[in-house]
Design a protein around this ligand. Structure first.
Ligand SMILES: [Zn+2]
Length: 65
């Protein structure tokens, strides 16, 4: 197990800042994408202040499917 496999590059969701994936780059690099997680998609709707009321209808789930 060498030390050449460290992933310094990270892909972060630009909406919820969750780390989506890492990349084996030579230096620290941050990429922004979107994670397509349901919770994140809901949050985006809230930020858009169009679907804010939907949040109250969502059951509290603790995990992913
Ligand atoms: Zn996200």
């Amino acid at each position: 197990m060498g030390n050449n496999g460290i992933d310094l590059g990270v892909i972060i969701c630009k909406h919820c800042m969750s780390v989506i994936d890492t990349l084996p780059t030579e230096r620290v690099t941050t990429y922004y994408s979107d994670c397509q997680e349901q919770d994140c998609l809901i949050t985006r709707g809230t930020n858009d202040s169009k679907f804010g009321s939907v949040i109250n209808l969502m059951p509290a789930t603790g995990g992913k499917e």
